[in-house]
Design a protein around this ligand. Structure first.
Ligand code: 5RP
Length: 240
């Protein structure tokens, strides 16, 4: 089995959390896309849901499958969001933003009563930080923001290259919100909460890819089957 198969298995398992009539947040990335594919099949078979996508890519994908869509402003809050992640630790702390959608993903996740993360085993880590931490930053003053990020992260014991992400055209990658992404290769992040607090002090940082205390359930698929992780503050595990 390949990581693609495990991503699909995790997505299939997440369907168990979806109930008729729910307002759903739809994540971004290859794993979330598998969930969207499966959800499209359920909608075709008669499932009634309304979905808020976390990116233009996901919006187009869901629309192509005739999944009913809404904006977050139409509802204000959602029942459940299903999304992928770049890293997941034991406490369900996450690094997200590899696909550049972290700001909308975090807005949608925080507006959701429940958040289920789906991933293949390669995303499961003991300590966050192997995957470069993405930060969404405003274009204005990019170099100053980059310098301050590196300095404040250093104060938290996080050293490493802070790179402006570039797109296929060689220009700085542009998010759906018209911002850029800094990818921070910090290596081990010993204290994600302290780092997140520090990064929020940088005026040009819009949001960090650290998702702390946000996920309720993590569905991790691998060669030994499916592991279901539950967030420390969650009361949402075996409700399926
Ligand atoms: C996008 C994300 C994705 O969920 C994350 O990058 C995982 O993507 P994939 O499922 O393709 O590995 O945070 O901003």
């Amino acid at each position: 089995m390949s990581s693609d198969d495990w991503k699909r298995q995790a997505a299939e398992h997440a369907l168990n959390y979806v109930k008729d009539g729910m307002r759903l947040g739809l994540g971004t990335g290859s794993t979330a896309a598998k969930f969207v594919d499966l959800l499209g099949g359920k909608v075709r078979d008669g499932l009634k849901v309304v979905c808020v996508p976390t990116s233009e890519t996901t919006r187009l994908h869901a629309a192509s499958l005739n999944i009913p869509l809404a904006t977050l402003d139409q509802y204000g809050s959602l029942d459940l969001t299903i999304d992928g992640a770049d890293e997941v630790d034991e406490e369900l702390r996450l690094i997200k933003g590899g696909g550049g959608a972290l700001l909308r993903e975090k807005i949608v996740a925080v507006a959701s009563e429940r958040v289920v993360i789906i991933a293949d085993i390669s995303k499961r880590v003991d300590v966050l930080g192997r995957f470069p931490l993405p930060l969404e930053v405003v274009p204005f003053g990019l170099s100053a923001t980059r310098r301050l990020v590196a300095a404040l992260a250093g104060d938290c014991g996080c050293e490493g290259e802070v790179k402006v992400r570039v797109g296929a055209d060689g220009a700085p990658f542009m998010t759906d919100n018209g911002n850029h992404i800094l990818d921070c290769a910090f290596g081990v992040i010993d204290d994600p909460e302290a780092l997140d607090d520090a990064l929020k002090l940088v005026p040009g940082v819009v949001e960090s890819g650290l998702f702390l205390g946000i996920a309720d359930v993590g569905i991790i698929a691998g060669p030994k089957g499916i592991e279901v992780l539950t967030g420390i503050e969650s009361d949402f595990d075996e409700e399926i």
